[in-house]
Design a protein around this ligand. Structure first.
Ligand code: GLU
Length: 176
């Protein structure tokens, strides 16, 4: 199966959201069923996430062309649903603690990873396979406190399937 979603990102001196939305619009031809964006606001040190099922146009309107989500670092996604219906909750980016993530592909062993994370006290808000990846990154990030690269590497050892991932950490401004 060919999964045809889109991933965009921006770090730099300009406002990220309008550039990311423009990038996603160039990927629209690939097909998708929902879209979302996460931008790190350096004034508040918080990551804002906005999602919209349906057309990218809806996300663009919802964010006022991107100006509603200020910041110079961000990630954006157009989703082609494989696990879970077409809803705002299932749209990406997904978030756990101080980490935000976008995923293109399928996590084959998500059910077993979900069981493990439920035992560790995590609760799930979406029906996606993707949510286990962000929760696992968050779990390792907190447990070892060795930074993003280590947390991602530990997660990759556990995850089976196909995946392109894009992540952002609240504690690491200007990095995706
Ligand atoms: N499997 C993920 C989901 O259903 C990602 C799908 C995609 O590649 O867009 O949310």
């Amino acid at each position: 199966e060919n999964i045809m979603c889109g991933i965009a990102g921006y770090i730099g001196k300009q406002q990220a959201a309008p550039i990311i939305l423009d990038g996603l619009s160039k990927l629209e031809y690939r097909g998708y069923d929902s879209a979302g964006i996460a931008v790190r606001n350096e004034a508040t040190d918080k990551i804002a996430i906005v999602k919209a099922k349906g057309r990218l146009k809806t996300l663009i309107e919802k964010t006022d062309g991107g100006s509603a989500v200020p910041g110079t670092c961000g990630i954006g996604h157009t989703r082609w649903a494989t696990h879970g219906g077409v809803t705002n909750a299932n749209a990406h980016p997904h978030k756990s603690g101080n980490v935000a993530l976008i995923h293109n592909g399928i996590i084959e062993n998500y059910a077993e990873l979900k069981d493990k994370l439920l035992k560790h006290g995590y609760t799930f808000y979406s029906e996606t396979d993707t949510e286990v990846v962000i929760k696992l990154v968050d779990y390792y990030y907190r447990k070892y406190n060795l930074g993003p690269v280590d947390a991602i590497a530990k997660t990759m050892v556990r995850v089976r399937g196909s995946y392109a991932l894009e992540l952002m950490f609240r504690d690491y401004p200007g990095e995706i």
